[in-house]
Design a protein around this ligand. Sequence first.
Ligand SMILES: [Zn+2]
Length: 243
Amino acid sequence: MKRRPGVMLLQRAGISLVLGVVTTFGVAWFAVLRPWNSGWRGGMSMSGVSWWIKDRWGETSYQFKAMMPQSPLTVEMMDNAISAAWEDPGFEAAARDCRADLERMSPELVASWTRRRAGWPFYCIQFAETTDTAGVTRHQHLISLGASTEAQRAAGADDRRVPTGPMWMGLAGNIGVYSAAWFAAIGLLPIARAWRGAARRRKGRCERCGYDMRGSNTVCPECGANPSDDSPGDANRSRAQGT
Ligand SMILES: [Zn+2]
């Protein structure tokens, strides 16, 4: 029984979408599950804030810390940091995120703020983590597989922290990219192959390899494909048998 091509295409589009979602999360989680214990680079601002950035393929972390551990980060400090001249392109966006979080979280006394983003080609999942002036760490959208406190990580412990918070634009972008790639692979390639085969048949050439078969309508001498067979599987079998 032969399925209609439209239905088949729709099915393959659905499968591609599912595979696109799986690939999106697979890539993002792969990016954060690689061990990563060092590589922070940072600087200080005149406003009493120190900042740190770690980035590598598929993920980036930003951290802002009050330079005096007993004094919390404030919205005013972040305003100063934002208006200062920074050379890192991601810095300003992260500083604005931090400022927005501080506004929401107030009056908590946040001494350190961290955000990690993961995903490729776009960041699509993230977590936020804060440590207050008493040293208590709070997480948001985070599964910690290694050290659970800032102090442990500072001492070099396992730093695998998996973000679970969705970034909707990035999710849509990545799922779009991966679903399109899957669809190209499982949906469009067979169609393109069928078109090419039909074009070759019209020109009297072998459907599989394009060898000129005018005059001889038997098995292709180049690749062993038999024009009377419909499926390439049969052609492969007859080639394996040496016929
Ligand atoms: Zn051939």
